[in-house]
Design a protein around this ligand. Structure first.
Ligand code: RP5
Length: 191
């Protein structure tokens, strides 16, 4: 007997975390095993005061839920989607194919091929359906890029992004000064 693989696509709004303000960024991932890679995106965005929706949406295991999310994302007020997946990493590209929102793909490091499979899956999008792709395991940069996209129309957020960059600059200046002060051998000792 033939088994139907066609499930009804839900037309109901998907559940979202109870927050006072509507989320501006969605951080979605193919599996909860991707969360350690994706949490830096969530943390840096929340640190900037951006409301984030975090979801597990699998292109292969829950395709109907992925479709419903992507189709509803813009109408729900989301501005940017960060999508992480590993291996046969179709989630970012499929979400991008169903939404005009900017999608930032995060290749998750896979066990078998160290994430090169994920990177190639995400980065080789056909002409017309772009996905901005960060490094393998680049959750932090994906969150920062999402913040920079929002900052185009949010001067307060733009100032926070600049302050973040300044903190990176200051940290390197301090390390350089300490290296010069201690010498390389002693610096290595205290690392
Ligand atoms: C992908 O398969 C997910 O994005 C994840 O990186 C990978 C493995 O998923 P699990 O087997 O850990 O659920 O769809």
């Amino acid at each position: 007997m033939a088994v139907s693989l066609v499930f009804p696509v839900t037309s109901q709004p998907l559940p979202s975390a109870a927050v006072d303000r509507a989320p501006q960024v969605a951080v979605v991932m193919g599996s909860d095993s991707d969360l350690p890679t994706m949490q830096p995106a969530v943390s840096v965005l929340e640190g900037f005061g951006v409301v984030v929706e975090v979801r597990v949406l699998s292109a292969h295991r829950t395709p109907q839920q992925m479709c419903a999310f992507a189709e509803q994302a813009q109408a729900r007020g989301l501005k940017v989607i960060v999508a992480g997946a590993g291996g046969a990493a179709h989630l970012p590209g499929m979400v991008a194919s169903m939404s005009a929102l900017p999608v930032i793909g995060v290749p998750v490091q896979s066990k078998a091929l160290s994430g090169v499979d994920s990177l190639h899956s995400i980065v080789q999008m056909p002409g017309g359906i772009p996905v901005a792709t960060v490094a393998i395991g680049g959750g932090l940069n994906a969150g920062l890029l999402a913040a920079q996209i929002l900052a185009i129309s949010d001067p307060k957020l733009a100032a926070q992004v600049v302050a973040y960059r300044q903190s990176l600059h200051d940290a390197v200046i301090a390390k350089d000064a300490r290296l010069v002060e201690l010498g390389s051998a002693a610096y290595l000792e205290q690392m």
